[in-house]
Design a protein around this ligand. Sequence first.
Ligand code: MG
Length: 276
Amino acid sequence: MIHIENKELFEKKLLQIKKGGANSFHVIADFDRTLTEPGEKGEKGSSSYDPINKGITSEEFKKKEKEMFDYYYPIEISNTISQKEKDKAMEEWWDKYFSLAIKCGLDKKQMDKIIFESQMLWRKDIKEFFKILEESNIPLLIFSAGVGNMIDGQLRKNNFLTNNVHIVSNFFEFDKEGKGASHTKPCIHTFNKNESHIKSQDYKNEVLKRKNVILLGDSVGDLTMADGMEHDTVIKIGFLNHKDEKKEEIYNKSFDVVIKNEGMENINKLLKKILY
Ligand SMILES: [Mg+2]
């Protein structure tokens, strides 16, 4: 099901993007539960962290990872804690998580094994989504507070990592011997996802020319993904993954388009309308 709160505004934006043409257009997408399936309600679902959390067998990791989750997750979803405090807590959480995984022995070999053995559940009709963007040479920025190595690996496994695809996320970095050494900084967490994190100058130059954007996300933190760069027209599309009336009201007001219980079908249709 699809909900468009302000149809007039949506049509206006769509027309502007279509007029701008393929050369003025790029797509920004969240990864976990946007390009992948959301999983059951109440579960954390199939996120890029899950295979890693399962794959690291150290007892210390399991214990501390759970402790961190129990401490920081309530802060992440709290309605009473200030945004400033939340930002600080998220930075701590992400930093501690990546450091803990390395401390507990995550190395390149194990990471490759985890990627090889895991299979993310993609949202239905995802293949066509990647195909449309590749064929029209539209840059796709995958913006994730998840684990970049996992996203990169999963895209490669499915031949989705074509030249037009760029990942901004958190990467484990390994030394020459393949030992875990560090992680990319600053951490991309739930509340600081925006285009100012793009490090590749080539990619930055590419999207600087492309001022019209379609943004895909599944949480309100994804709404800012196009911030940090100047844009003309942005259509924000939100996947509402689970039935939640309060959330639905917020999504209807914050996203131009809200998609419920669907694959990529309507996104693909929209892309074709713009590009073909
Ligand atoms: Mg997500």
